[in-house]
Design a binder for this molecule. Structure first.
Ligand code: EPU
Length: 331
């Protein structure tokens, strides 16, 4: 049993199944056995930390396929359906090569297409919710197909109905994206516009934008094949305006930006200024180039990751009065 996860932690489960065909999934659901034990849906394992044996079934979708949904396409709108098991970045590159635009900012995110709506992945000013049209699923309890339109997915920051109310009740089988034939670069994210300006690329092509994003991304995040991690381990916490003002008066260089509920703080900044950047506990470390990321220093266990995360959270809380929430899922 080789349960893939980008942290590189050896994981075990009672049962591990890989599914390639829709008929295989339907047969499995018809048997009803998935309802009898805990179920875990695994994409690329890029957001999971295995700290314990999983006492149930891990389902890994390996279905493939990318197709233009001709009947929906009109004018500038292109609709593209991708199978849950497609590797996310392969799908992004496929779209760029076909001049279907809108996914460029989401270049080089680890994981699979199936995880994108669950987690509402996001980077450099764009989130999956901005480009998802609908999500095709199968209900675990009945095997019935159900299509969730974008607004039914209740997308929020790194969150959706599939992580909340309907957790583990529907299996995402494919996702349809609404893209554009015309390329309109979205470069409002500061780190990105700075990088483009420095490269003298004020008007990038889709390919250039995607390459610039990959470059910014890999300058801060460890490549999974070199160092195990789960990407951002924590979410950027949102605090009230009054709490932000108070923090700002004490820490004038705190990094934050306004959102509807108050201010979103850069968790990486908080962790760095709590003194944790580059430090480690056991075989798990806080990445030296981006404090939001915890890394496997070699042979690290899930428990070591949790111990480091808890220590970092406690220090940030003590110092800034802000509670960090994990983005990664602990199994
Ligand atoms: N910062 C620090 N110290 C650090 C890290 C960050 O001071 O160690 C400050 C910097 O001032 C920086 C600011 O925080 O300008 C924001 O940092 P960055 O642009 O790296 O973005 P982030 O908020 O730390 C989020 C996502 C990433 C995504 C980037 C770019 C979350 C939890 N993370 O990180 O997503 O790639 O923005 O859009 O929202 C992921 O979820 O796995 C992930 C990598």
């Amino acid at each position: 049993m080789n349960i893939s996860n980008t942290f590189g932690i050896p994981a075990t489960a009672d049962r591990y199944l890989e599914i390639r065909e829709e008929t295989e999934l339907q047969a499995l659901l018809a048997g009803g056995t998935l309802c009898n034990a805990p179920l875990l849906l695994l994409g690329g394992g890029s957001n999971m930390v295995f700290a314990h044996h999983f006492p149930g079934t891990i389902l890994h979708l390996e279905n493939k396929g990318i197709r233009l949904v001709e009947e929906l396409c009109s004018g500038d709108d292109v609709f593209v359906e991708a199978a849950a098991g497609e590797v996310w970045d392969d799908f992004v590159q496929h779209c760029i090569a076909h001049e279907w635009h809108g996914l460029e900012n989401l270049t080089a995110i680890p994981g699979t297409v199936g995880a994108s709506p669950v987690q509402n992945v996001g980077a450099y000013g764009v989130e999956a919710k901005d480009v998802i049209h609908s999500v095709r699923t199968f209900e675990v309890a009945t095997g019935r197909e159900r299509i969730f339109m974008n607004e039914e997915c209740r997308f929020a920051y790194r969150d959706s109905i599939f992580k909340g109310e309907l957790k583990d009740r529907y299996i995402v089988w494919s996702v349809t994206f609404r893209l554009r034939r015309t390329f309109q670069p979205d470069v409002h994210y500061k780190a990105l516009s700075d990088a483009l300006a420095a490269a003298g690329m004020e008007h990038p092509t889709a390919q250039q934008l995607s390459e610039a994003i990959a470059k910014v991304r890999w300058s801060k995040l460890p490549r999974p094949e070199e160092k195990g991690s789960a990407g951002s381990f924590f979410k950027n916490p949102v605090v009230s305006e009054s709490q932000y003002r108070k923090l700002l008066s004490e820490y004038p260089d705190i990094v934050a930006y306004p959102v509807a509920e108050g201010y979103k703080l850069a968790a990486g900044w908080l962790i760095e200024h709590a003194g944790w950047k580059g430090r480690s506990l056991g075989r798990c470390g806080v990445y030296e180039r981006q404090a939001l990321v915890l890394v496997n220093l070699g042979g690290c266990t899930g428990q070591e990751v949790v111990a480091l995360a808890d220590a970092v959270t406690a220090d940030v809380e003590r110092r800034f009065g802000v509670t960090l929430q994990k983005e990664a899922i602990i199994i």
